[in-house]
Design a protein around this ligand. Structure first.
Ligand code: ROI
Length: 170
């Protein structure tokens, strides 16, 4: 049996996407940020500004507020995902089965270190990452040097992604 010679745990930097378009989106995101920071095995590293964005997908729903948070975590990716899902649930998200419908809170694992993950429950890098202005712009704000595994540099990805009505909130 081998033991680590120090008591530190391996941490990975993960980037989390946050979105809400119901029940006070700014408060939902602020609340989620606190809940994420309070998770065992998760430390906040950075938080982007909040961005206002028209809905992608069905247009008969309110505009969204989006942000991206960077964390250092010792949680494995699926444990992190499940912890985020319980926060969504605690904040009143009801999964109706409707694809791309309005939601009180959406938390996504966008990136998990430099890993590519392809599991039924979790795809990393997140599938929409390279096409979604409401993900790429806040991500760029907190990680302008980022390399997205299998996709390229964030700066190059951003250059090919129209703003699509995205506005930074003051
Ligand atoms: N549109 C915007 N602008 N922001 C989101 O977070 C968001 N999330 C979604 C869908 C419904 C695809 N559209 C969105 O899941």
């Amino acid at each position: 049996m081998q033991y680590r010679s120090d008591s530190t745990t391996q941490e990975v930097t993960a980037y989390l996407g946050m979105g809400s378009n119901l029940a006070g989106p700014v408060e939902q995101l602020n609340h989620a940020r606190k809940a994420i920071s309070a998770l065992y095995g998760v430390r906040e590293l950075a938080m982007s500004s909040f961005y206002h964005s028209p809905p992608m997908g069905p247009q008969d729903q309110p505009d969204y507020v989006n942000a991206v948070m960077a964390v250092a975590t010792s949680l494995p990716p699926l444990t992190l995902l499940r912890s985020l899902q319980s926060i969504e649930h605690e904040q009143g998200r009801v999964r109706t089965g409707e694809r791309w419908g309005a939601r009180t809170l959406d938390l996504d694992v966008l990136l998990y270190g430099d890993q590519c993950i392809d599991l039924p429950e979790l795809t990393v890098p997140h599938v929409g990452l390279t096409q979604r202005a409401f993900v790429l712009y806040p991500l760029y704000e907190i990680a302008p040097q980022l390399h997205v595994p299998g996709k390229g540099n964030i700066k190059d990805l951003l250059a090919q992604c129209p703003l699509s009505g995205l506005k930074r909130l003051d």
